[in-house]
Design a protein around this ligand. Structure first.
Ligand SMILES: Cc1ncc(COP(=O)(O)O)c(C=O)c1O
Length: 427
């Protein structure tokens, strides 16, 4: 078969190669598929127990209530719902978001809230407004893979700050800021998840929050507080947001993804006034306005059904699954494995026995019909091979148990393999 010369001037067309690749902007090469996305294809097969993705258990939502809200909303306000709306978001929903944030101690005004298509977009907009390529951004070690994707796409230099069982370490934060400064650079932002961390499964206590705020404030570093899980604490206590104690120094990101449904794609930012104005302009440039349809649906749901009862229902579902996960890990995982004990949210972070590589082990885990996310996905550098993330949010409790048992079997095989290799070395 003859290979035709390219119709497009920028590149030679060779069989199987996309003619546009050579024309991509330089920064487009930073856009790489995330480890989670590649995994989803295999992990979504029904025979696989997926402890990988952080999908909310939307089956715990009453579908009749949602259907009624959609019908009522369309009947009463269909013409508004199907029209363009305000770039900052519908005022009625923004008012309700203020109520949703009350348990976090946030006392904001209607004008402070910017509604976005998921908090992911809010983060992207904050980065677009605040950061230039090459800027330094600080974040926990490990950190949320979706945020790392935003930072990478924006060409930022991610510097990780160590955590312990109480989340981000303020002493390490101060030290890291000093180190970055010593290189003649200034960290632009600190991105942090203080409550029910993804992937760490840890939560900052009140004193810790106070110290993190103090360290960032004294260094003049703006904090971006990502809080999609804040209402999902298993003891029902809602941690006080960092933003509540420093509204000028903290941008708060909220989301309905875990408390109502991820598919509605509704999140928001609460930001200091000058930044908020820029966020609205950046949001309008990106999407014109958030969907009126989903905003008014959620607004109707919030005004006709008790939101916090729904949150409590989700909390009970996740608490039961967390209990099963912890119980089964304690029962089945081999010696030398350790993990965090989440008091809310979706995740536990597992550290493997010495010499076991979570990236290499993944193929064998998938063969054994269990999926997890290798630790490397949660770092911007080369760390994470001896760690992995387990999510207990989506599978039914008996599937969570089965998944942990399967993974324990895989781990035992890896250890046996490791030890046989060591034995050969000593001969
Ligand atoms: C820490 C964190 N931030 C943000 C998101 C995404 O939120 P949204 O669905 O509102 O974009 C997630 C989803 O898993 C998350 O874990």
């Amino acid at each position: 078969m003859d290979i035709q010369p390219s119709l497009y001037p920028l590149t030679e067309f060779t069989s199987g190669q996309d003619p546009w690749q050579a024309a991509f902007a330089a920064h487009a090469h930073d856009l790489q598929p995330s480890e989670i996305r590649a995994l989803f294809a295999v992990a979504s097969r029904p025979e696989v127990v997926s402890l990988a993705g952080g999908m909310p258990y939307v089956a715990a939502l009453n579908m009749d209530h949602v259907a009624e809200a959609v019908a009522m909303m369309l009947r009463d306000r269909g013409l508004v719902a199907l029209q363009y709306g305000a770039g900052q978001g519908h005022p009625e929903l923004r008012e309700q978001i203020l109520d949703v944030m009350t348990p976090h101690g946030i006392r904001a005004g209607l004008d402070d809230v910017v509604v976005t298509a998921g908090s992911q977009l809010a983060l992207d907009l904050v980065i677009r407004v605040m950061c230039d390529r090459g800027d330094v951004i600080l974040t926990e070690s490990p950190s949320y893979v979706g945020a790392l994707g935003v930072f990478k796409a924006a060409g930022l230099d991610v510097v990780h700050v160590p955590m312990d069982e109480q989340g981000l370490r303020p002493d390490a934060l101060a030290e890291t800021i000093a180190q970055v400064r010593a290189q003649g650079r200034t960290p632009k932002l600190l991105y942090t998840i203080p409550s029910y961390h993804n992937p760490g499964g840890v939560t900052q206590g009140p004193q810790r929050r106070h110290e993190v705020l103090a360290a960032a404030r004294s260094a003049g570093v703006l904090i971006v507080e990502d809080d999609p899980y804040g209402l999902l604490g298993f003891d029902g206590i809602v941690p006080r947001a960092l933003h509540a104690d420093d509204p000028e120094g903290v941008v708060y990101l909220g989301s309905f993804s875990k408390t109502i449904a991820a598919g509605v794609r509704l999140g928001w930012a609460v930001a200091p006034p000058s930044l908020r104005e820029k966020l609205v302009m950046a949001a309008e440039a990106a999407t014109l306005c958030p969907s009126n349809f989903t905003q008014l649906t959620i607004s109707t749901l919030l005004s006709t059904r008790p939101f916090f009862d729904q949150v409590a229902k989700f909390r009970d579902v996740y608490r039961e699954r967390r209990d099963v996960l912890l119980e089964e890990m304690a029962h089945s995982f081999p010696e030398g494995t350790s993990w965090t004990t989440p008091i809310g949210g979706f995740y536990s972070w597992v550290t493997l026995p010495e010499g076991i590589d979570s990236t290499v082990m993944l193929a064998r885990a998938l063969d054994a019909l269990v999926a997890y996310v290798p630790g490397t996905g949660f770092y911007a550098d080369e760390q994470g091979r001896s760690e992995l993330r387990l999510s207990y949010c989506y599978p039914e409790p008996d599937r969570v148990r089965e998944g942990v048992r399967r993974l324990a079997g895989v781990l035992n095989n890896e250890i046996a393999f490791r030890d046989s290799g060591r034995l050969l070395e000593t001969r």
